[in-house]
Design a protein around this ligand. Structure first.
Ligand code: IP8
Length: 278
C-alpha cells in the first residue's frame, strides 16, 4: 500500500468548528485582535488532534465596514465608495485571517486559507459552489482548511456578504467523502440563554434542545451586537438547517478554560447541545 492509499484510508469523520468573530476580536475597537484568545484557541485545536474544518467570523474586521457601506444589501450607486469598500472589506478579512494562519504555522501546524469569495458565487438568492475538491484534498493530506466570512459576488452584477454560518451550511450540504460528526460554534457565552418569565430579567442556559423547537425559544437579550449578518436569531435559522442535514450542533463558550479542546474530544461541558429531531 503506498503512502497516498494510507492517507486516504484514515478516519473520515470531521468536525466543523467556528470561532466567532466577536470572540476573536475586540468589538469596541476596529481591526483589533484578542491575540491571547486566538493563540489559546489555536493551541486547543492543535492539542485535540482531530480532523477539523475551521471557520471564523468577521468581528471588528468585517462587520463595521460591511455595515457602513451597506454591502449586505448589494450594489447601491448612492453609497459613496461602496465598491472600493467592498474590496477593503475583503482585504481586511484577509489580514485578520493571516494572523490566524501565521499562528498555526508558528506552532508548526499545517493550515491553509480558502477565500469563500473565490469558491462561492450567488445566482440571485441561491449560493453556487465551484468545487469541494480542494477542501477534500486538504483533509486527505492533513492540512487544516480555514475559511472565513467574506464578500460574495452575485452573477446578476451585484454582491453581498457570506457569513461564516452560511459557509458552514454550504459545507454541510455539499461536502461528500467525509462525515461531519458535529458543528461547534464558539461564542462568548455558554450557549443559548432563555428568559425564565415573560418580561423578566432572569435567564437560564438551554443545555439541550431539539432542532424542531428552535424557532419557538424565548431568547434572552444579552446585549450589544456588532454583527451585521443576523445575530443569534439568524444563527438559529442556520443551525436548524444544519440539523436538517442530520448533523448535531454544539454552542460553547470559547473563553472558558479548555472548552474548545473538551468539545472537540466530546468531553462534558456546560453548553447548549442542539439535537437532531427523533
Ligand atoms: O462574522 C461576516 O462573517 P460572520 C463577514 O460569520 C464579514 O457573520 C465580511 C462581515
Amino acid at each position: 500500500m503506498d503512502k497516498r492509499e494510507l492517507i486516504l484510508n484514515k478516519n473520515k469523520n470531521i468536525i466543523i468548528l467556528k470561532l466567532g468573530g466577536s470572540l476573536l476580536t475586540d468589538k469596541n475597537s476596529p481591526f483589533s485582535i484578542r491575540e491571547d484568545v486566538v493563540r489559546d484557541s489555536i493551541r486547543q485545536i492543535i492539542d485535540a488532534k482531530e480532523k477539523i474544518i475551521l471557520i471564523h467570523g468577521g468581528g471588528s474586521f468585517g462587520h463595521p465596514l460591511a455595515k457602513k457601506y451597506k454591502i449586505i444589501n448589494g450594489f447601491n450607486s448612492s453609497v459613496p465608495y461602496q465598491v472600493l469598500s467592498l474590496t477593503e472589506t475583503h482585504h481586511s478579512m484577509n489580514n485578520f485571517n493571516s494572523f490566524l494562519i501565521k499562528n498555526f504555522l508558528d506552532m508548526k501546524y499545517p493550515a491553509l486559507s480558502i477565500q469563500a469569495s473565490n469558491i462561492f458565487v450567488k445566482d440571485s438568492q441561491k449560493i453556487l459552489t465551484s468545487s469541494m475538491e480542494i477542501i477534500l484534498t486538504m483533509l486527505d493530506i492533513d492540512i487544516l482548511p480555514i475559511l472565513y466570512g467574506d464578500i460574495i459576488f452575485n452573477k446578476k452584477g451585484s454582491f453581498s456578504i457570506i457569513s461564516g454560518d452560511q459557509i458552514i451550511l454550504e459545507l454541510c450540504k455539499k461536502l461528500d467523502r467525509y462525515r461531519i460528526s458535529k458543528v461547534v460554534f464558539t461564542m462568548e457565552t455558554d450557549g443559548i440563554y432563555l428568559n425564565v418569565d415573560e418580561g423578566g430579567e432572569d435567564c437560564i442556559l438551554a443545555t439541550e434542545r431539539y432542532s424542531d423547537d428552535l424557532e419557538h425559544l424565548k431568547l434572552a437579550n444579552l446585549g450589544q451586537k456588532i454583527d451585521d449578518t443576523g445575530g443569534i436569531k439568524g444563527k438559529l435559522k442556520f443551525i436548524k438547517q444544519i440539523c436538517d442535514q442530520n448533523i448535531p450542533v454544539q454552542l460553547i463558550n470559547g473563553l472558558k478554560d479548555g472548552y474548545i479542546y473538551k468539545s472537540l474530544k466530546n468531553q462534558k461541558i456546560d453548553c447548549t447541545n442542539i439535537l437532531i429531531n427523533r
